[in-house]
Design a protein around this ligand. Structure first.
Ligand code: NDP
Length: 345
């Protein structure tokens, strides 16, 4: 293969967003593809995962991971094909799960690459239900939420890869599952395709009253994906000893995290934690790969194979369309796991 003839398209962070990201925060750049050196492989991106955490990387605020610098390629999980290899562990044609980011080609020394079976029916699922979001749902629900048969579990962003998987695992464990999603179409999908007991539209004017009616026995597990008005509606319904895995607060990702003026809800929340003995635990899934990932792969692989857990993707074609798709993700435009098909296999 002659890398000289290849051009890499990549999307870099052009500027940091103020509030919600806009197209001007992204820039498409073209450059010659680098030749892989000794011990390196050249990867061609087939699939790029778009995930809410990327919003955090666009801001220069303290977090669990460093921000993307201005002018750098945006980060992201990828499925790639090895197109040239000077690495003993990888052969041309193999598929790998990696972290090439928002670009068509990447050179790697093999660090962080996981081989996928070349005959895998849906390689992109390794970015979703069989990958990071699925593991997030599995860990957060089973290790922190610990749902029991007959309990009520509530999860928002219910049609997305984390929420959809949380709800389906909770059903397997015998819980009653209430999903929350944006709009009638998503709610129908969550009930009809994913098998939740109910799904409510968080944009409805009487959403809090609907949630109360849907949870006559209160809420035992609230899997926190969104924060905002959903959290406000959930809080008074939580039972004694409720468990709250804090996975994400997407309603606030465009906020300035400085203390905002307004009513101080902290004493109310903390008094509930105390009086009702809640367990509130945040987690970052990258902390749990070493100890738990093998168990997740085994259990989730079986659930997906037997269709006890169903999985839906929202596929966008072309790297150049990634910024718009990502901007839409933060507003709820996606229905299912958002992935970009960068190249055909
Ligand atoms: P999704 O694909 O479900 O996309 C996010 C969804 O959030 C949107 O589709 C939208 O759905 C919903 N949403 C956006 N704004 C609001 C709002 N103001 N109120 C209510 N819902 C809103 O995302 P994922 O499944 O990939 O991720 C879900 C959550 O899990 C995110 O918070 C993410 O950051 C977190 N996460 C955390 C990890 C960790 O390690 N802690 C790892 C992976 C994910 P709708 O239209 O239905 O409202």
């Amino acid at each position: 293969m002659s890398a000289e003839t290849l051009i890499n398209n990549r999307i870099v962070l052009a500027s940091r967003p103020e509030g919600a990201p806009v197209a001007a925060n992204f820039r498409l750049e073209n450059e010659p593809v680098a030749e892989p050196g000794p011990g390196q492989v050249l990867l061609r991106t087939l699939w790029l995962s778009l995930d809410p955490y990327m919003r955090g990387r666009m801001s220069d605020t303290p977090s669990y991971a460093p921000p993307v610098k201005i002018g750098e390629t945006l980060v992201g999980g990828t499925i790639s094909q090895v197109v040239a290899s000077n690495h003993d562990g990888f052969a041309s044609g193999e598929l790998v799960l990696g972290f090439s980011g928002w670009q068509k080609y990447a050179v790697s020394d093999g660090t962080g690459l996981t081989k996928l079976p070349t005959d895998m029916l849906h390689p992109s699922w390794a970015l979703g239900v069989l990958g990071m979001p699925g593991f997030t749902a599995w860990h957060g629900l089973l290790k922190i939420g610990e749902p029991k048969a007959g309990e009520t579990v509530v999860v928002a962003a219910a049609s997305g890869p984390v929420g959809a998987t949380v709800g389906q695992i909770a059903k397997i464990r015998g819980a009653r599952v209430i999903g929350i999603a944006g709009g009638e179409k998503k709610c129908r999908h969550v009930i009809d395709e994913l098998g939740f007991d109910a799904c409510l539209d968080h944009r409805s004017a009487d959403f809090a009253a609907q949630l109360q009616s849907a949870c006559p026995n209160g809420i035992d597990v609230y899997f926190e994906n969104v924060g905002g008005t959903v959290f406000d509606a959930v809080l008074p319904l939580l039972n004694d000893h409720a468990r709250i895995p804090v996975c994400g607060i997407i309603a606030h990702y465009n906020d300035d995290y400085a203390l905002q003026p307004g009513p101080d809800r902290l004493p109310y929340f903390v008094s509930l934690i105390l009086r009702k003995r809640f367990r509130v635990q945040g987690f970052i899934i990258s902390d749990h790969y070493a100890e738990e990932h093998a168990d997740f792969v085994r259990e989730m692989g079986e659930w997906v194979r037997t269709r006890q857990v169903k999985y839906f993707e929202d596929i966008v074609d072309g790297l150049e369309n990634a910024p718009d798709a990502f901007i839409g993700l933060l507003k709820g435009s996606n229905n299912g796991k958002l992935v970009v098909r960068v190249a055909n296999h």
